[in-house]
Design a protein around this ligand. Structure first.
Ligand code: DNO
Length: 349
């Protein structure tokens, strides 16, 4: 296991020096942010990112994300040219030493929360989701910080229209088409693809989502069995769906989990929840059971603490402050050490 930390590049207000000071963190997870979706990232840009990290003693082996162009998700005839660019990106990243690429296949929108600064009793704040507030959102005018890509209002209207008639089956077929087309490049580049689950793991605004449940992952791995086709085990995304049994899924897919986003959420009703500090005691997810299932199942990928709260007066990009994620990394590092040693001992008995 390698503990990593997400870094939004040189414009991130958290400097690499600070990330290096978090115990147990060996590398960052980052991306090239100034190339439009669908275009090739030049080698120089990737090399520069890697150089910046290495200069500070950090590895740069995980890219989150290389976003997938909407034409690929829509299955338009123009997709092949975007797939070519994606392949080239993988080859370029592989040459720069990247080993894992996270991406998602959510139409138009990335993760969704309805409150970016939900205030807790102790004065900290975090992201939260409420079904009633969700119903008030206007998909034609939506942008959340931290998304890989956001569209202007007119682009959004056009895009949403293009998705009319795209069924779950069609979207799934388009995902399989994409994966089959890029797998040879991923294999050649030595890159493990780690699809990020839909967040939340259900359809939003009438747009289909097909990567949110155990059944979805089963059929995805059956359709594209290449070992380079794996997943990002995001507890916050999968956990938002109460139908998902996370320790069970962690055990089942452990060897296919190339990247784990570990975070906590606390349900306040059947549908509504807020995000919280990482520890099991802080929410509805049994982080210990999930980590144990991953380790026991043979997980050997990258981990990062995911969304944290704003604590100690920090006012960061929602979910991506320094302090609570650093506490998360320390907590998770401790869990991994304890669980791994316990399992070793159990084996030797
Ligand atoms: C949210 C993140 C996601 C993730 C993308 C991957 O905080 O986990 O935005 O980066 O869905 O493509």
């Amino acid at each position: 296991m390698k503990m990593t930390f997400r870094w939004y590049g040189p414009n991130d207000c958290i400097p690499l020096e600070y990330i290096k000071q978090i115990q147990g963190v060996s590398g960052v997870v980052t991306a090239v942010y100034d190339v439009p979706v669908g275009k090739v990232w030049e080698r120089e840009k990737i090399d520069e990112l890697v150089r910046l990290c290495r200069e500070k003693g950090l590895e740069c082996e995980v890219i989150e994300s290389i976003p997938v162009h909407e034409d690929i998700k829509l299955g338009l005839s123009s997709r092949d040219e975007y797939i070519d660019a994606y392949r080239q990106n993988l080859l370029n990243c592989g040459k720069a030493g990247v080993k894992c690429v996270c991406y998602n296949f959510m139409p138009v929108f990335d993760w969704l929360r309805t409150n970016l600064r939900y205030v807790h009793a102790d004065g900290s704040n975090s992201l939260a989701y409420s079904e009633a507030d969700f119903k008030k959102l206007d998909p034609n005018n939506l942008h959340l910080p931290g998304w890989d890509e956001s569209y202007s209002q007119s682009e959004l209207a056009g895009l949403l229209k293009k998705y009319e008639g795209v069924t779950h089956e069609k979207l799934f077929d388009n995902l399989v088409y994409f994966l089959r087309a890029i797998m040879p490049a991923a294999e050649e580049a030595g890159i493990r693809m780690a699809i990020h689950p839909d967040d939340p793991p259900w359809d939003v605004f009438g747009l289909p989502r097909v990567v949110g449940s155990e059944a979805d992952f089963d059929r995805l791995f059956a359709a594209v069995p290449s070992e380079n086709n794996g997943m990002t085990f995001c507890t916050g995304s999968l956990g938002a769906g109460r139908f998902n049994d996370l320790p069970k899924m962690a055990a089942k897919y452990a060897k296919r989990v190339y990247f784990a986003h570990l975070r906590q959420l606390k349900f306040v009703s059947d549908t509504d929840f807020y995000e919280n500090g990482h520890a099991t005691s802080e929410g509805s997810l049994d982080i210990y059971a999930i980590v144990r299932a991953l380790v026991k199942g043979g997980f050997d990928g990258y981990v990062r603490p995911d969304h944290g709260r704003n604590v100690w007066g920090e006012d960061a990009k929602p979910g991506y402050g320094l302090y609570d994620r650093a506490m998360g990394a320390a907590y998770l590092g401790g869990l991994f050490e304890a669980v791994s040693k316990d399992l070793e001992q159990e084996k030797s008995k």
